[in-house]
Design a protein around this ligand. Structure first.
Ligand SMILES: Cc1cc2nc3c(=O)[nH]c(=O)nc-3n(C[C@H](O)[C@H](O)[C@H](O)COP(=O)(O)OP(=O)(O)OC[C@H]3O[C@@H](n4cnc5c(N)ncnc54)[C@H](O)[C@@H]3O)c2cc1C
Length: 343
């Protein structure tokens, strides 16, 4: 480490840097504040909230303890507010790709845009990694993106009285169909398979209930419109070999997505098919680096939002013990925590 890096490192040195601002990372930032650790969250996307924000903000979640039902976006809003309680540094739009352990045993983290961060310990709350949607493989598709071609349904109201085409046949696509059908003027689902083998039965049944027009063994082969506004799509049936034009004000594509851990898989951690392997303290095979939430792999791992709410505090308590061996093993419960009692 040169002296410049040393000075900056001391200046900007955080006790904990949480990589990933999904539900697990957000709650962990709150708990880290309960333990008086200087905390930073770094999130790759421009919005916090992880899978919830990007894939199901409008869906209702029923399985978070103590909250009978809550819309995804609202849960993230609550988590954001809770995370801000102890004023962690929150950085969005930076993907961490590189890690280096410095001579003084702190970590130097480098983002893909070149930004540098220094931290004494790292908690990986990266889920399955950076997710990218599979885009519609048509040359003209970018011309319509975000004006009339979308890769997430978002608020159903924006499709009120519109002719909408959904491309895809998994649960995500059929979920969107059921959500949008009551709002649209006309809804068509186009799927290249001849059966909905990747969708739950009740999702398929809902298509009939809402009288959605379904075109199986078919795919969109061309988009037509002007100035970013679609007017129709050309659909080709692999069964009949025929093409037809379907009127469309908007197309929503759900062709799945791809995850990548990016540079993180070169950090020397043991990784299995389910994620980054951790021990009971949530520490990975690399000393000082912890993993929680969907990123963590251990026997009987639960892939629930609530699981990250326990794994995060375990990791934070492990970090606290590591940095301050004399500190109590856990934070004082919030009802008796001095921060809240002194308010
Ligand atoms: C359609 C769907 C419905 C679901 N419904 C439920 C439900 O009803 N109840 C429930 O409990 N769970 C549900 N889940 C699962 C739940 O969403 C996950 O368990 C939860 O999101 C895991 O949170 P996380 O913070 O660990 O990971 P994620 O939500 O995946 O967040 C990880 C974050 O890390 C960021 N990141 C990744 N790599 C980097 C990097 N290198 N640098 C910076 N940032 C990075 C990502 O951009 C992302 O924002 C559902 C999942 C899906 C897909």
């Amino acid at each position: 480490m040169n002296s410049c890096e040393g000075e900056k490192g001391v200046l900007d040195l955080y006790d904990v840097t949480i990589i990933g601002g999904g539900p697990s990372g957000l709650y962990t930032a709150f708990y880290s504040g309960m333990r008086a650790l200087k905390t930073k969250i770094i999130e790759a996307k421009s919005d916090l909230g992880g899978l919830v924000t990007h894939f199901y903000p409008k869906k209702t979640i029923y399985d978070v303890g103590g909250i009978p039902s809550i819309e995804g976006a609202q849960l993230i809003e609550h988590l954001n507010r809770q995370a801000e309680t102890f004023h962690p540094a929150i950085i969005t739009g930076q993907t961490i790709v590189n890690m280096e352990r410095l001579e003084n045993q702190t970590f130097k983290l480098v983002a893909s845009n070149g930004a540098v961060h220094y931290s004494r310990r790292i908690i990986l709350a990266v889920g399955s990694g950076i997710f990218e949607v599979n885009k519609l493989p048509l040359e003209e598709a970018p011309l319509y993106e975000n004006t009339s071609l979308f890769y997430a349904a978002g608020d159903p109201q924006r499709f009120s009285d519109k002719q909408v085409v959904i491309s895809g046949g998994g649960n995500g696509a059929l979920d969107w169909a059921a959500e949008l059908a009551p709002h649209c003027k006309r809804l068509t689902v186009i799927y290249r398979g001849d059966q909905f083998v990747h969708a739950l039965e009740h999702n398929v049944e809902r298509l009939h209930t809402y009288q959605v027009d379904v075109k199986m063994s078919s795919e969109i082969v061309a988009l037509s419109g002007t100035k970013g506004q679609l007017s129709s799509v050309t659909v080709c049936s692999s069964a009949s070999g025929c093409s037809e034009t379907v009127a469309a004000d908007a197309v929503i594509v759900n062709h799945g997505f791809q995850f990548s851990l990016g540079g993180l898989d070169d950090w020397g951690m043991t990784i299995d098919n389910s994620g980054i392997c951790v021990d009971q303290s949530m520490q990975t095979s690399v000393n000082g680096i912890y993993a929680i939430g969907n990123a963590a792999s251990y026997p009987q791992k639960l892939y629930l939002i609530a699981a990250g709410f326990v794994e995060g505090p375990i990791a934070v308590n492990s970090v606290k013990h590591d940095l301050e061996p004399e500190a109590p093993a856990q934070a004082m419960v919030s009802t008796h925590h001095s921060f809240f009692n002194d308010k």
